[in-house]
Design a protein around this ligand. Structure first.
Ligand SMILES: [Zn+2]
Length: 287
């Protein structure tokens, strides 16, 4: 059984090795090379909660990748630090179809998922029908506050903003059971399976993650409607992640939903783009 197409719903073009800084165009070239190697037809590229030498701003990525047929761009909200997101400009980018979603980084940026100040952000998402992706669970940073990113808080916003579609990133790791409950309960909540390891899985940890995911899937009942494939590349390698997808025992329909169909609906990625990508029609991005 094989997936028809593959969408990676969670990748970054940030530089995570400050000692070996590369231009973003090189990161983008690496991404396309990896996508070709692994058979990823389309990737959702997400910008960060800050913009600096290692984290390109949404404007920089738009210059580099403007309307590339194999890339969907999601804008990270810069909410509490310096150089905050100007919501007027964010709305324009969404209105013009340049940005197809918003990503929140609660805990990293100093607010909780259910912070009242986010109302204006959720209203923009509702108005244009774009999903709000939310980092949930473990924060790689010691200075982030993990409680603010607990997956149970997604229930608060899912109930208060029924017109908004939310995506829990990383399945609330390690609060998988809480994430499963929020997904099961709310039809407007989705999740990606990204970022459940760093780099390669060890044998034991891969078995642990696969087991927890299978438990979630059993609890949720119909996982295909809400779960999406995603990696968190380059923090995670693509190949072991694809292997993980194969180990989750999805039936045919669930597999197609998780591999591409749910993401294609949520981010409005036209199937024709995936067909073209399979035919390897689009050229590499301009550098
Ligand atoms: Zn990520």
């Amino acid at each position: 059984m094989n997936h028809k197409y593959l969408i990676d719903a969670h990748v970054h073009l940030n530089n995570y090795h400050e000692s070996e800084r590369m231009p973003i165009a090189d990161h983008a070239r690496e991404l396309f090379a990896k996508m070709d190697e692994i058979g990823v037809d389309h990737a959702v590229v997400i910008t960060s909660y800050k913009a600096d030498l290692d984290r390109p701003s949404v404007e920089e990525l738009l210059n580099l990748l403007t309307e590339h047929p194999r890339i969907t761009l999601v804008e990270g909200l810069r909410w509490r630090g310096e150089a905050r997101t100007d919501l007027f400009h964010l709305e324009e980018r969404i209105r013009d179809g340049l940005v197809k979603g918003i990503k929140l980084y609660p805990g990293y940026d100093n607010y909780a998922i259910n912070d009242a100040s986010l109302e204006s952000v959720f209203r923009i998402a509702a108005k244009y029908g774009v999903p709000v992706m939310i980092h949930t669970g473990d924060t790689y940073s010691k200075t982030a506050k993990v409680r603010m990113a607990h997956p149970l808080l997604v229930d608060d916003v899912a109930v208060d903003y029924p017109d908004v579609k939310f995506v829990m990133c990383h399945l609330g790791n390690p609060w998988f059971q809480d994430a499963a409950e929020v997904l099961y309960k709310n039809d407007n909540v989705f999740a990606d399976i990204s970022g459940l390891t760093l780099g390669e899985f060890t044998y034991e940890f891969e078995r642990y993650v696969a087991m927890r995911l299978k438990e979630m899937i059993t609890y949720m009942g119909n996982p295909g409607k809400q779960l999406m494939y995603g990696t968190d590349w380059p923090l995670v390698r693509m190949k072991p992640y694809l292997k993980l997808l194969g180990e989750l025992n999805f039936d045919e329909e669930q597999l197609q939903n998780v591999a591409w169909r749910t993401a294609s609906k949520l981010f409005r990625i036209d199937e024709q783009l995936l067909i073209d990508s399979r035919a390897r029609k689009p050229a590499a991005p301009a550098s």
